[in-house]
Ligand binder design. Structure first.
Ligand SMILES: [Zn+2]
Length: 117
């Protein structure tokens, strides 16, 4: 079980990560849609720079999104049968219930009040 500080820090980094991912996905989807309708070559450089900034944001938010106990990024547990062994997917888990690496529960500490919004 996490301590209150660990839980708060984990939730903050999780929110940041989800926010950055949502924003980036929305941006890139819009870019594809708009790119089909209009010629975006004239602002291509600006788009490329903005995309790079977004990618840097994703890497930064992923870097901060870690298990407070062991420091590993939580991975989605998607088991697949490989040739002879089970394989992990390398997907980052958005709402993990527990750490995929050390197994600590990410549940809210029982004695903790519901945080005010
Ligand atoms: Zn862990």
């Amino acid at each position: 079980m996490l301590t209150e500080e660990q839980y708060a820090a984990f939730k903050a980094s999780q929110r940041r990560f989800i926010w950055v991912m949502t924003f980036s996905l929305t941006f890139f989807s819009l870019l594809v849609l708009v790119g089909q309708a209009y010629n975006l070559e004239s602002i291509g450089l600006g788009l490329a720079v903005f995309s790079l900034i977004l990618i840097a944001l994703i890497i930064w938010s992923m870097h901060g999104y870690r298990c407070p106990a062991c420091g590993e990024t939580p991975r989605a547990r998607m088991w697949g049968l490989g040739a002879s062994e089970m394989q992990y997917s390398s997907m980052v888990a958005l709402k993990p219930k527990e750490c995929s690496s050390c197994g600590i529960s990410f549940a809210k500490p029982a004695h903790m009040e519901t945080p005010k919004k």
